[in-house]
Design a protein around this ligand. Structure first.
Ligand code: NAD
Length: 470
């Protein structure tokens, strides 16, 4: 495991150094070291030991970067990864095994199967909002599938990035995994290399840079992007539990979550009752002064803090919106009916501001969502099964959660990824393993018998028989 640290202040542009790291990993890959299932399991167990041994160090770094409290740090980062590791270790043998499929009569006698094979040397680029989870979850999948990897933590979560750069080499095989710290220049230098797969998590603009760099080598990409995730609140929902679950999903990590509800769509006559329930629930979860709550985080940096303050600068908050500039803290803020052309409704919020949009009829929510980019997540609170089916069949989203927010992430049997503008590709559980594998098609034909029907010279009889067989 190697660490290549660049500060970002004086970008090294050391493409040659990265190329050497890449070449070293590639020779490990070609030495077949990482194909061995027991090697893969060792790496996963080493990651588990690292997470368990250094859980407190990791939580401290997350607190420093984002003000994450212990419970959030565990549930959304270390605990999430430990359960990912448990699931992966439990299933790795069957995922890596041959996947037999049937063979048509025309090709008999033969056996057909898919043989999962690792891709080679992959690059995973992490984002700052869940800086440990989003760096290591793709790495778990990449290692389980038998790849070598370079991982690049986000420079915007510097404490987590430095900790990962110091811990990972102590636990993982240095011949197979390297950490590169750095920012834009370092990432671009890495992107110039001919990786076998690039797994990027972050915003759309950089996603385009990643994809065009990958195109030069025809490298496949997974883009885990973001966007505006809508949340429909139908009057048939159970109001209190709806408010509780929205408050949890929206204000965890201070709203800096790619799948946080970005805005609420609600019918006019129901909005006031919902706002009252929301306000009660914010107070229940974060107290009357959320800025003082030990469970409420801060905004990652001054640029994002100012961006968020700017979003609501000319708008009236129906609930909250108090600020502590020194600590980069912005209390849960709810804005009723912001203008459709406001930045708040045009761009992903990625912070603790929640617009609530009143509609004449809740069914208008379908057209509202269809008129915008396909979201990463869609939330629907409703006990009306006919309406639920309508939303599920007439809208598109990476994932949908009915009557809750974000909980689909806890199910490793559900793939996670966007659609359209919210990303491409998927991971979690076997979907991650498959993302970092090539499922090679193999047909093994018997050679004892050889029916000559497909060979020239052709005849009318052979053609007749072929038509029957194919
Ligand atoms: P970020 O700034 O941490 O950037 C992501 C990565 O891109 C970093 O490693 C960074 O070094 C690199 N990078 C930045 N600028 C670059 C450039 N010009 N060229 C090459 N590389 C560059 O993350 P962000 O973009 O601020 O993240 C926020 C976005 O990420 C939001 O849109 C959010 O929804 C999305 N997101 C998605 C997921 C998901 O799983 N789908 C998870 C978290 C965040």
């Amino acid at each position: 495991m190697q660490v290549v640290t660049d500060t970002g202040n004086a970008p090294s542009q050391d493409t040659g150094h990265y190329a050497a790291t890449f070449a070293a990993l590639r020779s490990t890959f070609f030495a077949n070291k990482t194909r061995d299932i027991s090697w893969r399991k060792q790496q996963l167990l080493a990651l588990k030991t690292m997470l368990v041994t250094h859980e407190q160090d990791i939580h401290r770094a997350l607190n420093q970067d984002l003000g994450k409290c212990e419970t959030e740090a565990h549930t959304s980062e270390t605990g999430f990864l430990l359960s990912d590791l448990k699931h992966t270790l439990k299933h790795i043998d069957s995922w890596a095994d041959l996947r037999h499929v049937s063979t048509p009569l025309a090709a008999q006698p033969a056996r057909s199967y898919l043989q999962p094979e690792p891709l080679g040397v992959v690059l995973t680029i992490g984002a700052w909002n869940y800086p440990v989870q989003l760096l290591l979850a793709p790495l778990i999948a990449a290692l389980a599938a038998g790849n070598c990897a370079i991982v690049k933590p986000s420079e915007l979560a510097p404490a987590s990035s430095a900790l990962m750069a110091s811990l990972l080499p102590q636990y993982l095989d240095e011949d197979a995994v390297a950490v590169v710290e750095g920012a834009k220049e370092e990432t671009q230098a890495l992107l110039a290399l001919p990786f076998d797969h690039i797994f990027y998590t972050g915003g759309e603009a950089v996603g385009k840079i990643v994809m065009s760099a990958a195109a030069k080598h025809l490298t496949p990409v997974t883009l885990e992007l973001g966007g505006k995730s809508p949340c429909i609140v139908d009057a048939s929902c159970r109001l209190d539990v709806t408010a509780r679950r929205i408050v949890w999903g929206k204000w965890m990590n201070c709203g800096q979550t790619c799948i946080a509800p970005d805005y609420i769509l609600i019918e006019k006559g129901f909005a006031e009752a919902f706002l009252a329930a929301l306000e009660r629930e914010i107070t229940k979860q974060y107290g009357p002064e959320p800025l003082q709550s030990k469970d409420y985080g801060h905004i990652v940096n001054t640029r994002h803090y100012e961006r968020l303050c700017q979003l609501i600068a000319d708008l009236q908050c129906r609930i909250g919106g108090e600020r502590d500039d020194g600590k980069r803290k912005l209390a849960p803020a709810v804005v009723l009916n912001p203008p459709a052309d406001s930045t708040l409704m045009q761009e992903e919020i990625f912070g603790p501001v929640l617009p609530v949009i009143e509609l004449e009829n809740i069914e208008d929510s379908i057209g509202f969502i269809r008129g915008r980019a396909k979201p990463l997540a869609l939330y629907l609170f409703s006990e009306d099964h006919v309406f639920r089916d309508k939303v599920l069949t007439q809208t598109s989203a990476g994932s949908v959660c009915v009557n809750d927010t974000m909980m689909f992430m806890t199910n490793a049997n559900l793939p996670f990824g966007g659609v359209g503008g919210s990303g491409m590709g998927r991971y979690h559980g076997q979907y991650g393993f498959d993302t970092f594998s090539h499922l090679k098609s193999v047909m093994v034909r018997a050679s004892k018998f050889d029916v000559a029907v497909r060979y020239a010279p052709y005849s009318r009889f052979k053609l007749w028989l072929l038509k029957k067989l194919l």
